[in-house]
Design a protein around this ligand. Structure first.
Ligand code: PLP
Length: 453
């Protein structure tokens, strides 16, 4: 830090403060984790200075032999770990991985010259009308993805994301009574809509997805099944999700982030069967710039870690902890979407449990040293900004060695913070800290507990 401080002290301070915050607070954001020192060190080094557009052994720059080693190792570890035919380690993030996958499927299934016919030079210049024209050129390609309020992700075909401009999108949701994916309703929608791509995977669904059934539906309507396992890749790597719940044997293409439950550096990856390998390898320069060799080095290290037997214990503990948290919360009267969890996350309905919006609950918990994020629940009356839910996940605290007993204690702390938080309004009010009357004792207890960690 002193080296950085000599150049820009405010950055050194921000890094120091971030380390302190991440140590002192209870990190329950379901998409976060703590990467190992080996992973962090592999990322912070001179590989960052190297350009290497292209793929292993086929670069547009000279001097890439070490980058080749790193990229080949990252891909090899990924193939071995997940049992995939092909792995592509370049995507800079989950969104980039999804973009590579979409273009790979389009490249495999659509005449790519259609792009040229549509006269595309710079996609940033495209208007809505241009996008419509482009979609026509692509033959009105369609994507079926999980709805946002049921737990899907923006990149699964929603308007604010480029996927919603590339594809005509329709969503599948969850059964209003059980909160679970309704595969028969999905099948009916797929038959009627005839998508080119069915996207499975989620950011906020607390249950398992049956990828065997998803593939069966995709085959029936001639769609490609793409699974975005960004959230649960660590559970697949740790062999907690196997058989019908392991996406790799069922989907033609699987994308992931590497920094969530997988506990690697920030980044993305694509796994696919060999029929899509050539298309996927065109990710750079199709939609990616030069790869980040330092991050690929860190991916290789993290994937090597995930291949160790200890990682299986870790992945199992993540799920056991999520269950313990769910039980602790429900025992204290909280309502959870779907009534519990089978994976690494829980979604608390804070509107019906505590009369709060997600935003109020998120803010009250943060004031007490518990970091979470607000999240829409199915058919959320408070919309996507205020929301009625709080998403809590266990990957990070499990990495820190916490177990079921601590999860129950944390459930107690969350419940006390939320029951002692004054609601203000659960509708679109302007929640502020002034609306939270926190029990000082609870706040003390939490900071005491957090410093012990
Ligand atoms: N896919 C899913 C399911 C996600 O939950 C996320 C991030 O939250 C992403 C993709 C995007 O990942 P990134 O932030 O690395 O672009």
């Amino acid at each position: 830090l002193e080296v950085i401080r000599a150049v820009e002290p405010r950055i050194a301070d921000a890094i120091g403060q971030e380390v302190a915050d991440q140590r002192e607070m209870l990190k329950l954001i379901a998409s976060e984790n703590y990467a190992s020192p080996a992973t962090l060190l592999a990322m912070g080094n001179w590989f960052s200075d190297k350009y290497a557009e292209g793929t292993v052994g086929r670069r547009f720059y000279a001097g890439c032999r070490n980058v080749d080693t790193v990229e080949a190792l990252a891909a090899e570890h990924a193939r071995e770990l997940f049992g995939a035919e092909h792995a592509y380690a370049q995507p800079h993030s989950g969104i980039d991985a999804n973009l590579v996958a979409f273009w790979a499927v389009l490249g495999q299934r659509v005449e790519v010259p259609a792009l040229e016919k549509a006269g595309v030079r710079n996609v940033n210049d495209l208007s809505e009308a241009d996008w419509a024209e482009l979609r026509r050129a692509f033959g009105n390609q369609r994507m079926l993805g999980m709805s946002l309020d049921a737990g899907g992700h923006l990149t699964h075909g929603f308007r604010p994301n480029i996927s919603g401009k590339m594809f005509d999108q329709r969503s599948y949701g969850t059964d209003p009574t059980t909160g679970l994916i309704d595969y028969e309703a999905l099948r009916v929608t797929a038959r009627e809509f005839k998508p080119m791509i069915i996207v499975a995977g989620y950011s906020a669904y607390p249950r398992l997805v049956n990828f065997r059934i998803m593939r069966e539906i995709a085959d029936e309507v001639g769609a490609t099944l793409m699974v975005d396992m960004a959230h649960f890749a660590g559970l697949v790597a740790g062999k907690v999700l196997t058989g019908d719940f392991d996406p790799v044997p069922h989907a033609q293409i699987v994308t992931t982030t590497t920094h969530k439950s997988l506990r690697g550096p920030r980044g993305g990856m694509v796994l696919c069967d060999s029929s899509l390998a050539d298309q996927v390898d065109r990710g750079c320069p199709m939609v990616l710039g030069g790869p980040l060799p330092h991050v690929m080095a860190a991916k290789a290290v993290a994937l090597a870690e995930a291949r160790r037997p200890e990682f299986r214990d870790y992945a199992q503990a993540v799920v056991d902890n999520a269950r313990a948290l769910a039980e602790g919360l429900m025992r204290r009267g909280a309502t959870l979407v779907t009534g519990g969890t089978d994976n690494h996350l829980n979604l608390i309905d804070v509107a019906s449990s505590y009369g709060l919006t997600g935003r109020q609950a998120e803010s009250a918990l943060l004031d007490s040293g518990i970091v979470t994020n607000r999240n829409a629940i199915p058919a959320d009356p408070n919309g996507a900004w205020y929301t009625s839910g709080i998403r809590i996940g266990t990957p990070a605290l499990t990495t820190r060695g916490l177990g079921a007993a601590e999860m129950d204690e944390i459930a107690g702390l969350i419940d006390r913070v939320l029951t002692t938080t004054e609601a203000g309004t659960t509708k679109k009010g302007a929640p502020s800290k002034a609306q939270h009357i926190l029990d000082a004792k609870v706040a003390d207890e939490i900071s005491h507990r957090a410093t012990d960690l």
